[in-house]
Design a protein around this ligand. Structure first.
Ligand code: URA
Length: 433
């Protein structure tokens, strides 16, 4: 087989066979197919698309390019959760313990953050001493004992995707539906869960800005998961503003812990219950979504979900005194209010700009080697739909720099205030099964 023929076939709108896709993925991973041919093919896919079958084949070939994690030593039906990324997205810290409190094992492998979205591991490390490096045996033992463990990704999972993603990043081919769907799902499938719930974000702070594109991505990923033998559900949720009120590492852990203690932060609690309900139904612990939702809501009220969170922190050597007394979590030196220039109603909060403002404070990384400051972050006092008076604080910056002018500027750019009343955005747009 010649790679040039595979490129020409896709360029002309043809459907690639299993052999052709496997030839490409295998050859590219081994370095036998050069970057220029791989970029030509990804560009052809960008313009001509892929059928569901081609996308599933591509995904499976990327899974097969590396190791897969064998979690069969974990007792029970393992459900994973993945978010396509947002600002203030601390849902994992709520959903993990919540699902664990219903007896469903959660074995989560997570990454670090880059750019305007934070990483799960970085946020967890706001808790002093917390270890995310562990052996596979420790990981499995923690899940079997506490029903929840979160670890850094180990092993060589989907190396074809790693190589291809880096190439797409510099060749203008990231934004192709089958390529994004295959990329995300190959890593999920290699991580060994039995079922998967996807939180597909939509809106200004999301990868997919329109509901139509988000729905198409969600459908593509659900099809891949189901075609490859994992029950998959996607929840399309709003990312037209940050989730909850806190952005930053310690800030987000604090807010998640408060929800687990029964605090009612509407959007965050609602989305967490939605995702956790689908996860426990997929695990067949509850027969219906409604039954799951009611039982999980109870676990937020009766302390069971918080207990699961505390046990998980303790098992991973985190300082539980910081969880028992959330004021002990890292804190920045200064609190700086960013005030509204005018009165009215909050019409928009560009989530990406808030993420960048937090990154400027040191909560995220502009480059791979930057060091995270766990104590800095942003508290939103106002969300979309809220009335605001001129001079009232829109946000509080938690900063180690007394000035923080670039963050103040970014926050000001993020907020749009209008005279007319504004509705609160819909949080959950659709569920795709
Ligand atoms: N995230 C991924 O892992 N892959 C993509 O292609 C896009 C986002």
């Amino acid at each position: 087989m010649r790679m040039v023929d595979v490129i020409i076939k896709k360029r002309d709108g043809g459907e690639l066979t299993k052999e052709e896709i496997e030839f490409f993925v295998d050859g590219y991973t081994k370095g036998e197919i050069p970057d220029y041919q791989a970029s030509a093919l990804t560009m052809a896919i960008y313009f001509k698309g892929m059928t569901q079958e081609e996308t599933a084949t591509l995904t499976q070939a990327m899974v097969d390019s590396g190791e897969t994690i064998d979690l069969s030593a974990i007792h029970g039906h393992i459900v994973d959760k993945h978010s396509t990324g947002g600002v203030g997205d601390k849902v994992t810290f709520i959903v993990g313990p919540l699902v664990a409190s219903a007896g469903v094992p959660v074995a989560k492998m997570s990454g670090r953050g880059l750019g305007h979205t934070g990483g799960t591991l970085d946020k967890l490390e706001a808790v002093k001493g917390l270890q995310i490096e562990m052996t596979k045996d420790e990981f499995i033992e923690n899940v079997n004992t506490h029903k929840l463990a979160v670890a850094g990704q180990t092993g060589n999972l989907a190396p074809a995707d790693k190589k291809l993603y880096a190439l797409r990043d510099v060749t203008g081919t990231v934004n192709s539906l089958p390529l994004i769907a295959g990329s995300i799902m190959s890593k999920k499938l290699a991580s060994g869960a039995d079922s998967i719930v996807l939180d597909v974000k939509t809106g200004s702070g999301a990868f997919m800005k329109t509901l139509e594109d988000s729905e198409a991505l969600a459908r593509e990923m659900v099809n891949i998961g189901n075609n490859l033998g994992r029950n998959t559900v996607a929840v399309i949720s709003d990312m037209n503003q940050p989730l909850g009120f806190e952005v930053g590492n310690a800030n987000e852990i604090r807010e998640a812990a408060e929800i687990l203690q029964g605090k009612k932060v509407e959007d965050l609690r609602e989305l967490s219950l939605e995702i956790a309900s689908h996860m426990t139904v997929l695990a067949e612990v509850f027969a219906t979504y409604e039954e799951a939702y009611a039982a999980l809501e109870k676990n937020l009220e009766n302390g069971k979900a918080f207990e699961a969170f505390r046990n998980f922190i303790e098992a991973q050597h985190g300082d539980t005194s910081m969880i028992d007394d959330l004021s002990l979590l890292p804190k920045a030196a200064y609190e700086i209010e960013v005030k509204a220039d005018r009165g009215g109603y909050v019409a928009e909060i560009d989530a990406e700009s808030i993420g960048v403002a937090a990154m400027y404070l040191g909560a995220g990384r502009a480059t791979k080697d930057d060091i995270i400051n766990h104590g800095v972050g942003i508290t939103l006092n106002k969300k979309i739909g809220d009335p605001v008076r001129a001079g009232e604080a829109l946000v509080v910056l938690h900063s180690d720099n007394e000035q923080a002018e670039d963050s103040i500027q970014k926050v000001k750019e993020a907020y749009q205030i209008t005279d007319d009343k504004v509705d609160t955005p819909t949080l959950i747009h659709k569920v795709i099964k």
